[in-house]
Design a protein around this ligand. Structure first.
Ligand code: SAH
Length: 242
């Protein structure tokens, strides 16, 4: 899949992704000529107006190649905010999956090491990282429960079916005060990992939470929540290494 180079946005905020600027762009609202894609404001042959700009991180994220369910931006945002990870941070994550979380973390962190047990998926992570132009990621086609080679890690994020199996190895890799974050779809898995964290003398459980984002419709006299909502993505478990 070619990477998204530019986007066209209509007045309602709807985004069309452009992967090849050298070709005319066809939409259900008509065609934009390739030469016009260099302009900031364009019209299709049917008269529909669009604004054109370079694709940003979030524009690319929405179009990322998916082989496994990717993390949402709202959940990635909470992980980044609650751990305070920054340009100095060494981050380990597993499983790589489609690389959704990988690129979200690598967009902020100094270095991200991504463990992915499946060879085919680890190749997709590499491909997506490359499409985002990120060069601070190392992808390891490995089972994280077998050990984490990195030491003094600032943040470890686990997005895999049995995170409790990676609690011990995470304790060895994290620096004192470092964060273990688990992103988990089902509460039975939350209980399993929380039990393991509580059993460990190397972790203090800080928080179990979920994040709901409700969009609102604001249009004239209408000002109310949207009827449709993404009801559930995953729970987040935060623990600190001691
Ligand atoms: N965070 C990813 C999605 C992860 S899906 C994203 O945003 O794109 C969960 C992934 O964990 C799957 O790809 C699966 O192959 C991988 N996985 C499961 N067990 C694992 C293990 N023990 N070590 C490494 N990867 C594992």
């Amino acid at each position: 899949m070619a990477k998204v180079q530019k986007v066209m946005m209509d007045k309602e905020g709807y985004v069309f992704s452009i992967k090849d600027e050298k070709q005319d762009y066809h939409t259900e609202f008509g065609v934009v000529k390739a030469k016009d894609l260099k302009k900031e404001k364009v019209k299709t042959n049917k008269g529909k107006e669009f604004f054109v700009f370079d694709a940003t991180f979030v524009d690319k994220f929405r179009k990322i190649k998916r082989v496994a369910q990717i993390i949402t931006l709202k959940d990635a945002g909470v992980i980044i905010a609650e751990t305070g990870l920054n340009g100095e941070s060494l981050v380990v994550e597993a499983g790589g999956g489609s690389g959704g979380l990988t690129v979200a973390l690598a967009n902020i962190a100094k270095k991200v090491i991504s463990y992915e047990i499946r060879k085919d998926f680890s190749e997709v992570v590499k491909e997506n990282v490359n499409d985002f132009g990120l060069n601070n990621v190392t992808v390891k086609n490995k089972d994280i429960t077998q050990g984490i080679a990195e030491k003094k890690v600032d943040v470890i994020v686990l997005d895999l079916p049995e995170p409790e199996k990676a609690v011990d190895v995470s304790a060895k890799a994290l620096k004192q005060g470092g964060f273990l974050v688990c992103y988990i779809p089902s509460v039975t898995q939350v209980i399993a990992v929380v039990e393991e964290i509580r059993k460990s003398e190397h972790f203090i459980l800080q928080k179990v939470c979920e994040t709901l984002q409700r969009e609102w419709k604001i249009d004239g006299k209408i000002a109310r929540p949207e009827f449709q909502m993404l009801g559930h993505t995953g729970f987040l478990v935060f623990a600190r290494k001691v």
